[in-house]
Design a protein around this ligand. Sequence first.
Ligand code: ZN
Ligand code: ZN
Length: 192
Amino acid sequence: MKCPHCKTPDLRPTMIDDFLPAMGCGICHGCLLSLLYYRHWAETQNAPASEPRKSGPALETTDTTAAIACPKCSRIMAKYKLSGRIANRLDVCSTCDEAWLDGGEWELLEVLQLSHKIPAIFTDAWQRRIRRELTEETRRDILTRMIGADGAAKVEEFRAWLGKCKDRSHILTYLYRSETALPACDGSSQNR
Ligand SMILES: [Zn+2]
Ligand SMILES: [Zn+2]
């Protein structure tokens, strides 16, 4: 089996964690992980109890952004995002039940406390949640560009408060109807 990232070198047996064998590439340090072995490992090995690492040295990863072919069956592997904020995606071949982890991605999963939750990443629910987070983030970015960071922070604060209100529909209706009654605005952002 050849490395799907570097193409040339053969993958060799390696251990990515205690009792977790995989086929690794000596050049890019990516590895092909059998999800059958992985599920057994995740069931029998306890997840680390430590808190997620918030800071510390940034992890070096080599995320393959292009589509890659499964080293076993040559079919194009499906890509799954880990989270909304992280660009890395895991590549999976459902036919062979194998995942390709680019160099550093196993360590990244550990930092994100996802090393025991890989199957969850492949679910529709997980991917839908990430898309929702990304949409939210994009909308917030647009609002910030339009009304400035201070204004956007105020809106966020108000929205968070509104989220806890039982009577929010009354407040929203009031605001919506008030728009025509507010003093004329020249269209530029007003900070005062
Ligand atoms: Zn490689
Ligand atoms: Zn395959």
